[in-house]
Write a protein that binds this ligand. Structure first.
Ligand code: PLP
Length: 323
């Protein structure tokens, strides 16, 4: 999409509005998938649940990370198979857990005894993964203060989950949104490995590592590229494999064809950040833009502003999203 296309939209829409370029999403998604190799990719729906984005990601074979019953119902209504859904939200409502279980969502996160109790009651036997609190150093929106537990507590929770009939299958973390500090990813992986090994010493065989989101984009300064971070992550996982007793395929498993086998690594990713980045990068005062009125310039700013999130209130929302 070019500025002249955006200019055309300016002529027909009220401001503010949001323009998302599907080609950029497609390109970035393919790049991401090629780089992660056998790991699975999940789009955090909270970033933007626009139907055309969902449709595109479905076509590209991406799964979805969901945090609420509403997101679940919406995706099921769009024909998304529950096998493509996970929830890394460790504090779910009973209704959401029930619906997820009834709908066939396989993987659910937790980080407390209270959540285990709910899962046991409303999703007995389900596959659950513990959310680890990791350093969020270098991120602009830390998340570890509200979610996650330390390594030892994580293992205690995994053990309790197993005793109560759940299937404790893995570990997840989130380095915080817009994390530009590469060492933070390494530390988080090392901590995950600690949980992995400790769990194994208690007879638990974990098989899923979910590294969450947090991939940065270029705002006012240059951030490490997603490809670079993924390569780093893959390298660290390889390295952790070699120096420990855990079996390699457990840590970095395979997603084989029709059926999930062994274990796998999951990446949660907000592709919209990248769709916006194109505009951000190429932004320079252009003749068309200087012609716009103040309100139109404000919309241009919106295009280049911070990450796109599902708006919290209607008032916060851009009036329309064009995809
Ligand atoms: C569980 C989970 N996964 C993925 C994301 C997306 O993170 P980001 O936008 O930083 O990539 C979030 C954001 O809140 C999250 O909570």
């Amino acid at each position: 999409m070019k500025y002249k296309d955006i200019d055309r939209i300016f002529q027909t829409k009220q401001t503010p509005f949001l323009v998302i370029d599907k080609d950029v999403i497609r390109h970035k998604c393919i790049e991401f998938k090629e780089t992660i190799g056998q790991a699975r990719l999940f789009y955090a729906l909270k970033a933007n649940p626009h139907k055309r984005i969902v449709k595109l990601l479905l076509e590209l074979g991406v799964g979805f990370e969901i945090s609420s019953q509403e997101e679940l119902s919406f995706l099921l209504s769009q024909g998304v198979s529950p096998q493509r859904l996970i929830s890394s939200n460790p504090v779910k409502t009973e209704g959401f857990i029930k619906a997820a279980c009834a709908g066939g969502v396989e993987f659910l996160a937790f980080d407390s005894h209270a959540e285990i109790a709910k899962l046991v009651q409303f999703a007995p036997g389900s596959k659950v993964y513990v959310r680890l609190s990791v350093s969020n150093e270098g991120s602009q929106w830390p998340l570890s203060r509200k979610f996650g537990v330390d390594a030892e507590e994580a293992v205690g929770l995994l053990i309790e989950a197993e005793k109560r009939g759940l299937d404790p299958c893995g570990v997840t973390f989130h380095v915080g949104s817009q994390c530009t500090e590469e060492a933070t990813w390494i530390r988080a992986l090392e901590k995950s490995k600690e949980v992995w090994d400790l769990a194994e010493s208690h007879g638990l065989r974990l098989r899923m590592l979910n590294i969450g989101g947090g991939f940065p984009i270029n705002y006012t300064s240059r951030a490490p590229s997603i490809v670079r971070i993924i390569k780093l992550v893959k390298g660290v996982i390889e390295c952790l494999r070699c120096c420990t007793t855990a079996k390699p395929e457990i840590i970095f498993g395979k997603y084989g064809g029709r059926k999930l086998r062994d274990g796998f690594t999951a990446f949660e990713w907000n592709c919209l950040e990248r769709a916006m980045e194109k505009f951000f990068r190429s932004q320079k005062p252009c003749p068309e833009q200087s012609k716009h009125s103040a309100s139109k310039s404000a919309s241009a700013c919106l295009l280049n502003s911070a990450k796109v999130r599902t708006p919290i209130t209607k008032e916060d929302a851009p009036q329309e999203t064009t995809v």
